[in-house]
Design a protein around this ligand. Structure first.
Ligand SMILES: CCCCC/C=C\C/C=C\C/C=C\C/C=C\CCCC(=O)SCCNC(=O)CCNC(=O)[C@H](O)C(C)(C)COP(=O)(O)OP(=O)(O)OC[C@H]1O[C@@H](n2cnc3c(N)ncnc32)[C@H](O)[C@@H]1OP(=O)(O)O
Length: 238
């Protein structure tokens, strides 16, 4: 199993020290996820709300004492892989990311479990449709990345079949339908605990021209998957 992250071209200077930092960064983000959830659901009195807001602003200033002005982009992590820690779906450092833990099977099918809380509500009790599409974008888009073609989404056609219910464990999957050079058509779905599809997507990912020379010949990456083996196979049945 792999998450399909690319190997870093440069060695990480001190992986052990970086692992400690990553642990602290991840823990901070996790504590903020809890704060966001509490912020949405709390029913404490006005005075407490005002006091907490003041405390949170003080904490924000502590973090901004040393902060970069640019977004994070892609960084090498302690395991020697490139990851986007600011990503709002999978970013370990991003409190608005669930975060999704996407893994790939030997056949190139990507999957993640999904259970979202009150901060992601759209229709009462259900996940917001924009969030559903974003989750599919990420999981389906990781299938092309897995075969060495980390493309940008050219289109993502999402069909909502049933409400995706908050607080319920769903399975998200993505797989490749067709590879055409630097263009990859991929599909995916979200299923509820009964195995019913709540949403599905058909998408095209294109490695932009400016990125092609950096990526070299498009060949399989982490899992050594040959695109010819994954195209039009569909997902593994489980
Ligand atoms: C880029 C990566 C760099 C390295 C990254 C390294 C590590 C990353 C690691 C892991 C990544 C892991 C997972 C990814 C997971 C999730 C994905 C989330 C992705 C996003 O959240 S992403 C944000 C939203 N996304 C955009 O922001 C795209 C804006 N857009 C553009 O940037 C350009 O528009 C682009 C790049 C799409 C193409 O531009 P371009 O200049 O490179 O190439 P061009 O226009 O010539 O198109 C080439 C061929 O694609 C066909 N084509 C293009 N668009 C089409 C369409 N809509 N329908 C049908 N066919 C289409 C053409 O018809 C032509 O086909 P043909 O070659 O056959 O003539």
């Amino acid at each position: 199993m792999t998450d399909g992250a690319f190997a870093s071209p440069a060695a990480v200077e001190d992986p052990d020290a970086l692992a400690v930092t990553e642990q602290a960064q991840g823990d901070l983000a996790e504590s903020l996820r809890e704060l966001v959830d509490a912020c949405v659901r709390t029913r404490v009195d006005d005075g407490t709300l005002m006091a907490v807001a003041q405390e949170v602003r003080t904490l924000t200033q502590r973090l901004l004492a040393r902060a970069q002005s640019d977004p994070l982009g892609i960084e090498a992590t302690s395991d020697g892989r490139l990851r986007d820690h600011g990503n709002p779906m999978v970013g370990m450092r991003n409190p608005i990311a669930p975060p999704l833990a996407v893994t790939g099977d030997a056949d190139g099918t990507m999957s993640a479990s999904l259970c979202l809380g009150a901060a992601y509500e759209g229709p009462p009790g259900c996940v917001h449709g924009g969030m559903v599409a974003a989750v599919l974008d990420q999981v389906v888009g990781s299938a092309p990345a897995m075969i060495g073609r980390p493309g940008l989404t050219a289109y993502l056609n999402t069909s909502y079949r049933r409400p995706t219910v908050l607080g319920t464990e769903h399975v998200v999957r993505g797989w490749i339908e067709e590879v055409d050079g630097w263009k990859v058509r991929a599909r995916g779905d979200i299923r509820d605990p009964q195995g019913r599809v709540t949403a599905e997507a058909d998408a095209l990912f294109v490695v932009p021209r400016w990125a092609r020379e950096h990526l070299g010949t498009p060949t399989g990456d982490a899992a050594g998957i040959d695109p010819a083996d994954t195209a039009t196979q569909g997902p593994a049945t489980s």
